[in-house]
Ligand binder design. Structure first.
Ligand SMILES: [Zn+2]
Length: 325
């Protein structure tokens, strides 16, 4: 009950603060509105500045996405340009204040590895253990059935409590993505086969060749080809996850396309600027075969070291995505 009243009061304050700001900028305010502003602001302290609870209740995240309320003055109609300017400034003001609050909350990072088991998986498995971090792997059943060695690498993942195994389809679309997604039913069945074959415990998928997100109240599609398959998966109880940042390393030579410093900066920028899919949550995509060479493995270790030394980010499983504050 209390919660409801507090957030209502805050909305009241926000709208009035907004109209006051608008009046200053464009000279359209009325005395009556200014009088009301004084009385409401006297009695209300915005909840957003008070509530420092680390509990993920989603209030700040929602504030970032809420539409901007535009004050209506019927006596002095406002030009479209003024409204657009007002909305832009108001959005920036809200983002800045929410960002300050979000920076006080816990931050979550997700290391995700696609296409395993492959050469490189065993190294990833031991690095997760030695650094004691949770990682998420999106697996391809066909690869696990290619050799005894790869089957063993899959078992390593499966038996490591710091690794969670998710679904990346059985065939990886044979790397012919448009053809694969042109038949959503057979594509769907390919994911089902993977789930059965690898005895996957979680209904969590990433689509090969697509950065598509469908979970909770979110649906974001990068390419239409793949959308029907993703929708079908979602309506059958799966959650579909993409990524915010991708890191590429040449697996054979260990030469990085982006240096550790570059990828570290991108991750921290997404975290600080709240530009990831979910504020305070950043998903990094890598591929297992990037880490078949010692040089590549050292780069992965060094990225993890940088994060552990310089930030307070928590390494999480995709199953727990997202933490909304
Ligand atoms: Zn893939």
């Amino acid at each position: 009950m209390l919660k409801g009243i507090r957030s209502l009061s805050y909305i009241g304050a926000a709208v009035v603060v907004a109209s006051s700001f608008f009046a200053c900028q464009s000279g359209l305010g009325t005395k009556a509105a200014q009088g009301q502003e004084a009385s409401v602001l006297d009695t209300v302290t915005p909840v957003i500045l008070q509530d420092t609870s680390p509990i993920a209740n989603g209030r700040l995240a929602k504030r970032l996405k809420d539409p901007i309320a535009v004050p209506v003055d019927t006596l002095n109609p406002i030009s479209k340009d003024s409204i657009a300017r007002y909305v832009k400034q108001e959005r920036r003001r809200i983002r800045d204040s929410v960002r300050t609050e979000l920076n006080k909350r816990p931050k979550h990072i997700y290391f995700t590895f696609d296409d395993g088991p492959l050469k490189g998986s065993a190294a990833i498995d031991s690095i997760a253990k030695s650094k004691n971090i949770k990682i998420s792997v999106f697996l391809v059943g066909k690869h696990a059935n290619m050799s005894k060695g790869l089957k063993r690498d899959f078992e390593k993942y499966n038996n490591n409590p710091l690794v969670e195994c998710y679904n990346h389809s059985y065939t990886h679309a044979n790397n012919r993505f448009v053809t694969f997604y042109s038949n959503p039913v057979s594509a769907y069945e390919d994911f089902e086969k993977n789930e059965t074959d690898l005895a996957l415990k979680h209904k969590i998928v990433r689509l090969p060749g697509r950065n598509i997100w469908i979970y909770d109240d979110v649906r974001r599609i990068d390419l239409q080809s793949g959308a029907s398959t993703a929708d079908m998966l979602y309506s059958n109880g799966y959650k579909v996850y993409g990524w915010d940042v991708e890191w590429k390393i040449n697996g054979l030579t260990g030469t990085p396309v982006q240096s550790v410093q570059e990828v570290y900066s991108r991750l921290t920028n997404y975290m600080n600027n709240k530009t990831s899919m979910e504020a305070n949550n950043v998903v990094l995509l890598m591929h297992d075969d990037m880490f078949q060479n010692k040089k590549g493995q050292q780069l992965l270790s060094s990225l993890i070291d940088s994060i552990q030394k310089n930030t307070d980010y928590k390494f999480e499983f995709i199953r727990d995505y997202p933490f909304r504050y």
